[in-house]
Write a protein that binds this ligand. Structure first.
Ligand SMILES: [Cu+2]
Length: 292
């Protein structure tokens, strides 16, 4: 596993992102808490509550004592090392899975949300073929049985002729004949409510199936750095989310929904509205801003 570590460390130098609590579940956990671990030594006040994170989740390969160790192999393999340096084997189930893996290219394209399998010794893998060239961010979203909810990110490179795409703001997306529309606005510095309407053949789809225990799952990434935002489903009857938007700017949102037995993904690009809020105070912790 040392080997894997080296490889991972090399690949990561650029990126690391991530964050958050992927959908609802995080509930109360100290998810935002200790985001910038090794660097800054930030959290030296011994407070582990939901204080505002200075850095959103998902931006680091290591957080809360846990490290994402990508393996250098064909299928996407990895393990999570714990505070004791050993592979973690006990994970809490969240949204029906022990670990959620999000893969997205740095330009915000080619989003994938998959659920790897783990061997008893803590080695995870998932058959995932990345065919288009580019630099990809891999986010592992999990909660160790005896640790906080954590989102780690590392980079995977796919060689070839990389043609990055740009994404203009867009709140509608069509996939397999489903027209998906986002409602609501993102406002920096607050939890913004986003609603989802899904139609097919001009009629609203009213019988969405549960997928991972909810009517839909939304992943929100800050376009500039792929910070992984906290998203909480707000209501089980309606497809509605609270998205914690830390800063003004553009965001990529990816909705997984299930209808008639198949999971599909719709993607959107939204920019924040209103006056940009100033950056969170760097020297004082006043508990305002994007905390809960
Ligand atoms: Cu998942």
């Amino acid at each position: 596993m040392k080997t894997g570590h080296k490889v991972a460390a090399y690949g990561l130098a650029l990126a690391l992102v991530f964050g958050g609590a992927w959908a609802a579940g995080a509930a109360v956990g100290p998810s935002g808490g200790a985001s910038a671990p090794d660097a800054a030594g930030a959290m030296n006040h011994g407070e582990h509550k939901a204080e505002p994170a200075k850095v959103p989740p998902g931006l680091s390969v290591s957080d809360n004592g846990y490290t994402l160790q990508l393996h250098d192999n064909e299928s996407l393999g990895f393990h999570i090392s714990g505070p004791d340096g050993k592979p973690v084997t006990k994970f809490a189930v969240e949204h029906e899975k022990r670990l959620h893996l999000i893969v997205v290219r740095r330009d915000g394209s080619n989003f994938r949300h998959v659920h790897p399998q783990m061997t008893p010794d803590g080695m995870w893998s998932v058959p995932l073929t990345l065919t288009e060239a580019g630099s990809y961010r891999v986010f592992a979203d999990f909660k160790p049985e005896d640790g906080p909810k954590t989102t780690l990110g590392a980079e995977v490179q796919v060689a070839g002729d990389y043609r990055p795409r740009t994404h203009a703001d867009s709140r509608t997306f069509t996939v397999d004949g489903y027209e998906v529309t986002l409602g609501g606005e993102l406002t920096a510095g607050s939890a913004s409510t986003v609603t989802v309407a899904i139609g097919k053949d001009g009629k609203p789809v009213t019988d969405l199936q549960n997928y991972l225990g909810a009517k839909g799952h939304l992943v929100a990434l800050r376009a500039a750095d792929l910070a992984y935002l906290h998203v909480h489903p707000e209501d089980s009857a309606e497809v509605k989310f609270a998205v914690e938007v830390p800063t003004a700017g553009r965001y990529r949102l990816f909705l997984d929904f299930q209808h008639e037995g198949k999971v599909r993904t719709a993607e959107f690009t939204l920019s924040t509205v209103g006056s940009p809020t100033p950056a969170a105070p760097q020297t004082h912790e006043e508990g305002e801003g994007h905390g809960h």
